[in-house]
Design a protein around this ligand. Structure first.
Ligand code: TYM
Length: 334
């Protein structure tokens, strides 16, 4: 069976962007023709400083978010990256396959490291090689992500191709990114040119998965728009990033295409459209935040799910790592 792998960083605060770009897609792929494996990537989170208590909380909360969104820990493997050592072991091999020049082209490193790149952690620079290891430790063939991860997935393919070429094997699969749907890049509610992000200083710029109904509705009501009514067709959204973002969110939440949504709401004033969107968002998202809060009341269940997931993940990754060691020429590998 084809295998799906994806991960989310437990770096505190899940947003509507994470939900529509990733988590909702994870749920859609579960129970289809795929075997689905989803990971809390705590090793990626610590490439920038994380307070240990907050990291523990964020990891459990992310797991609660997965379950509240509809992932079933029996059908999907849910686990915490650090608990499966094969990720870091394979990442070292990939550090030796990937080239400095490839890593230097990564736009996320440039954005996150900022002007003072000399002071960024070595881990932040090597981050995409660990991401390739996450995926390829399971020979995953499909990776659902938001638009911002596209370049990292191209690098994953490059690493797989170079490894296979260097050793003359057909061992690692060439992974397919799955970047689909109406909301592969959810934008800030305050600025249609910026991605919705947990690190934006303004809380009004994003919907958090922990927001209650009141907060969700208020943020949509106050979302930035231009003064024109909605255009009559999707084409008219091209030069209107804020309007386009709200329509994309509506389409993704209601599971319709943008064209279908425009057939219903084209020509409307925002005074009519925003309350519709707010109702829809509250309807779909408030139950998730309620369920997350419930799951977080006693985290022993979550910890059990993560332990069980790590064991199942290891059962897949161990033989793949052993085979990799053997291909590379490491004595002692079985
Ligand atoms: P992270 O933790 O930044 O984001 C998790 C997922 O959410 C998506 N996403 C968005 N999608 C649409 N609009 C947005 N505004 C938005 N913000 C975030 C991201 O595209 C991502 O799919 N490097 C990854 C984590 C990772 C990973 C992996 C993913 C580690 N190993 C292996 C796939 C496979 C990251 O930092 O995602």
């Amino acid at each position: 069976t084809p295998r799906v792998f994806s991960g989310i960083q437990p770096s505190g605060g899940l947003t509507l962007g994470n939900y529509l770009g990733a988590m909702k897609r994870f749920v859609e792929m579960q129970g289809s023709e795929f075997e689905t494996i989803y990971c809390m990537v705590d090793l990626h989170a610590i490439t920038v400083w994380q307070d240990p208590d907050k990291l523990r909380h964020a990891t459990r909360e992310l797991c609660a978010g997965f379950i509240a969104s509809g992932l079933d820990p029996k059908q999907s493997v849910l686990f915490n990256q650090s608990q499966v050592p094969e990720h870091t072991q394979l990442a070292w091999i990939f550090n030796c396959v990937a080239r400095m020049g490839w890593m230097q082209r990564m736009t996320q490193f440039k954005d996150k490291a900022g002007k003072n790149a000399q002071n960024a952690s070595l881990g932040l620079f090597a981050y995409p090689a660990l991401m390739a290891a996450d995926i390829l430790a399971y020979h995953a063939t499909h990776v659902p992500v938001g638009e911002d991860q596209k370049q990292h997935l191209e690098l994953t393919r490059d690493i797989a191709i170079k490894f296979n070429n260097d050793f003359g094997v057909e061992f690692f699969p060439i992974t397919e990114p799955v970047i689909e749907g109406a909301a592969t890049r959810v934008m800030s509610l305050r600025d249609g040119s910026k991605k919705m992000s947990k690190s934006d200083p303004s809380d009004m710029s994003r919907i958090n998965l922990t927001d209650d109904a009141g907060a969700i509705a208020k943020k949509i009501r106050k979302a930035k728009t231009d003064p024109e009514p909605l255009p009559s067709e999707a084409k008219g959204l091209e030069e209107r990033p804020e309007a386009r973002n709200l329509v994309n969110i509506y389409a993704a939440l209601s599971e319709q295409s943008v064209d279908d949504v425009m057939r219903d709401v084209g020509g409307q004033q925002f005074g009519t459209f925003k309350p519709m969107l707010a109702d829809l968002a509250v309807d779909k998202l408030a139950p998730i935040s309620t369920e997350m809060a419930r799951l977080m009341q006693d985290t022993t269940e979550i910890d059990k799910i993560l332990d069980d997931g790590a064991e199942r993940a290891r059962a897949i990754a161990t033989p793949i790592l052993q085979k990799t060691y053997e291909i590379v020429g490491m004595v002692g590998a079985k």
